[in-house]
Design a protein around this ligand. Structure first.
Ligand SMILES: Cc1cc2nc3c(=O)[nH]c(=O)nc-3n(C[C@H](O)[C@H](O)[C@H](O)COP(=O)(O)O)c2cc1C
Ligand SMILES: [Mn+2]
Length: 485
């Protein structure tokens, strides 16, 4: 498996070599038409698309680069997404070294972290063209209007870079940006996100912001990763890529951006410069209503010659963001196990749109253990926004929804095993009475004991090994065509 690619163009070449990309030469409209084409291709598991002739722009548009498990694995250079998690786990589980061998081994791991830190370089292709002042013109980019109810085009795959005004720590997040005019957009920093916190921490209410568009897929993914605020997304990108992200100084603001970006927008966001953003056809499958958000005023656009503009469409699941979310689910399992080691595995069903449902399997050891895990999930990073948590025993495959449903139906006394709690919810969830706050549902579908108020728990039905072996051995004699049994 090839190592992760170093920029968007190398990634496009890899996709093409692997038969994972189709070029579309005919003219297409970024106003709704690309969405309809892409949605059909995504929902049928089809290829990435490079639209070479987008109406009104000379820039090609890449979409559906993340739309399947195979492409997501190609992006990370792994066979399975769990392999990414295993690499991360080997660093997270670093114990204090005991013998000499352990010492050397852990030094190697420490070195791999040190080598992951972003690195400053003096020049970058992202600044081959520099446009400032009146030359700044978002109209030149093929920004898509995604759904009929969207009032304007939205930049949907940006890496938005800020610094914490107090600590100086860099943050990178993926937040949609609604176009307002040639030189401004909204900045959709939801209340639980780090970008919003950086703005609120600013003493004078204004912060510089840089937006990198068109990155290698691992760095782009890292912008969407729900990392704790003090952990740099670009360090994690460097670790996952196996080489540091190279940064150049911006032209008009004091921030650094990935040197290999296709397009960079530089500017600032102020607390008092706000307006009504949205509605937007969102990953919840519904339009999120118009709401007040700050505006991003652009002081410079820099880009590569012939810059390629990447985009993504979210909507009724499954959409292209499914595999970005699945990558996060897999990659974060070791980190979750660091705080809640009894968790064996977990699954965020795509139909649950990230925050609506978590299925967790646990190694249960004491009365109330499943409930302890529910409350732990409701206290972990952005998983704290989860609306429902289903807990099953370790033998249950959390990715097999039929099996999970069977255990929920069979093992639950609703009066005893259902927890109704309340807490923070996703700002975009339309169902709670209040925005971003409301009810939570926990379902304990584990086997219960008398200490939890249950009667004696029955054994599940299982054939004896002896008879299973006998039937295996004799299967041919029965003359029944063999399916995968
Ligand atoms: C395609 C896509 C679009 C997203 N749009 C937004 C958005 O508009 N606003 C937002 O707050 N989060 C959005 N997110 C989620 C954030 O990127 C994610 O929560 C990330 O962890 C934010 O970074 P932060 O924790 O450093 O703030 C989006 C994620 C994806 C994959
Ligand atoms: Mn962050």
């Amino acid at each position: 498996m090839a190592a992760p690619t170093s920029d968007l163009r190398e990634w496009i070449r890899l996709l093409e070599r692997e038969g994972e990309l189709v070029r579309v030469a005919t003219e297409v409209d970024p106003d709704l038409e690309i969405t309809e084409i892409t949605d059909r291709v995504v929902k049928s598991g089809g290829p990435a698309l490079l639209f070479e002739n987008v109406k009104g722009s000379k820039h090609p548009l890449l979409i559906n680069q993340f739309g399947t498990e195979r492409r997501m694995c190609l992006a990370f250079g792994v066979e399975r997404l769990d392999d990414v998690a295993a690499r991360l786990e080997s660093v997270l589980e670093m114990q204090p070294p005991q013998g000499l061998v352990d010492k050397v081994r852990s030094l190697g791991k420490l070195k791999s972290i040190a080598d992951s830190m972003p690195k400053d370089v003096s020049r970058g292709v992202c600044q081959e063209i520099v446009l400032t002042g009146d030359d700044v013109d978002l109209d030149a980019l093929p920004i898509m209007r995604c759904w009929p109810g969207d009032p304007a085009p939205f930049i949907t795959l940006p890496a938005v870079i800020t610094r914490d005004p107090n600590t100086g720590v860099r943050n990178v997040g993926m937040y949609r940006m609604q176009k307002i005019d040639r030189r401004s957009t909204f900045m959709h920093w939801q209340i639980h996100k780090d970008g919003r916190a950086d703005l609120l921490a600013s003493p004078d209410g204004t912060i510089p912001v840089a937006v990198a568009i068109g990155l290698d897929p691992v760095t782009a993914y890292s912008a969407s990763a729900p990392l704790p605020k003090h952990i740099g997304e670009l360090m994690v990108a460097g670790f996952l890529k196996g080489s540091p992200v190279e940064l150049v100084q911006c032209q008009t603001v004091d921030l650094q951006v990935p040197a290999n970006a296709e397009i960079v927008l530089e500017g600032s966001v102020s607390r008092d410069d706000v307006g009504m953003e949205g509605p937007f056809g969102d990953h919840t499958g519904y339009y999120t209503p118009a709401e007040q958000f700050p505006m991003f005023r652009i002081s410079a656009i820099t880009m590569r010659r012939d810059a390629i503009y990447p985009s993504i469409v979210v909507g009724v699941p499954p959409a292209e963001d499914e595999w970005l979310a699945k990558a996060t689910e897999r990659i974060f399992l070791p980190a979750i196990r660091m705080s809640v080691p009894e968790i064996v595995d977990y699954d965020l069903p795509t139909a649950g749109a990230f925050h609506n449902c978590v299925i967790v399997s646990i190694r249960k050891r004491f009365p109330g253990h499943a409930k302890k895990v529910m409350y732990a999930v409701w206290g972990l990073g952005l998983l704290s926004l989860s609306k429902s948590v289903v807990v099953v025993d370790e033998g249950v495959n959390v990715h097999d929804y039929e099996q999970v449903f069977f255990h929920v139906c069979a093992n639950v006394d609703p009066k005893r095993d259902v927890v109704l709690a309340e807490g923070p919810l996703d700002q975009l969830d339309h169902s709670p009475t209040l925005q971003a706050y409301g009810g939570k549902l926990g379902i304990d579908a584990t086997a219960k004991g008398p200490a939890e108020g249950a009667r004696e728990w029955p054994d599940p039905i299982r054939m004896s090994d002896e008879i299973r072996g006998l039937v295996d051995a004799r299967w041919a004699e029965y003359g029944i065509p063999r399916r995968d049994v």
